[in-house]
Design a protein around this ligand. Structure first.
Ligand code: HEC
Length: 155
């Protein structure tokens, strides 16, 4: 009788172990996958379109009329915090179109509150700006597009 009890306990224990073993085997690859995906997302900033109303922008030849419209908006709405060639309250914007996708730039301009909360690049910029948040200037999509054209000439 005693032996049989020990035998049953042995079986029960090995079944329990077996279950545990399976669980950690399936958990491990899932956790690894998550890490890999985060790394991919942050490794090429030009692949990041940001969060906001702009999902796709197609760029052609530089449109000079749009550039000067963008320059006017920039001087009126952005120079309180940005300079082209020097860090000010916000980062220098020289070469911004080489560092960020056109969609990301427009979403950052139109939707900064959500961007600095959820977008990995914008969250990092907020840290670098010592927590000073980019202000929403309530621009139209056309104004944001004109600004993008202006930035294309500032490399
Ligand atoms: C109140 C100050 C303020 C104003 C006004 C402002 N910004 Fe910003 N901007 C910031 C700060 C600060 C950051 C860095 C992110 C943060 O801390 O929120 C930033 C980040 C950015 C970035 C990302 C820069 C990078 O290196 O990727 C872009 C693009 C940008 N701003 C464009 C604009 C445009 C265009 C305007 C005008 C419509 C504007 N900003 C107006 C403060 C401002």
């Amino acid at each position: 009788m005693k032996l049989r009890l020990i035998f049953i306990m042995f079986i029960a224990l090995s079944l329990a172990n077996c279950g545990d073993g399976k669980k950690s085997q399936t958990d491990a690859p899932a956790a690894t996958k998550e890490v890999e995906e985060t790394q991919v997302a942050s490794s090429d900033p030009m692949e990041n379109k940001g969060i906001g109303p702009i999902s796709s922008v197609s760029l052609g030849e530089i449109d000079q009329a749009l550039v000067s419209e963008g320059e006017t908006v920039f001087k009126a709405k952005c120079t309180a915090c940005h300079k082209i060639s020097k860090k000010f309250v916000g980062p220098a914007l020289k070469g911004i179109t080489q560092r960020r996708s056109p969609e990301w730039i427009m979403n950052m301009t139109l939707n900064p509150e959500e961007m600095i909360q959820k977008d990995p690049i914008a969250m990092q910029l907020l840290v670098e700006a010592n927590g000073a948040p980019m202000a929403n200037q309530n621009l139209t999509e056309d104004e944001a597009r004109a600004l993008l054209e202006y930035f294309r000439t500032k490399n």
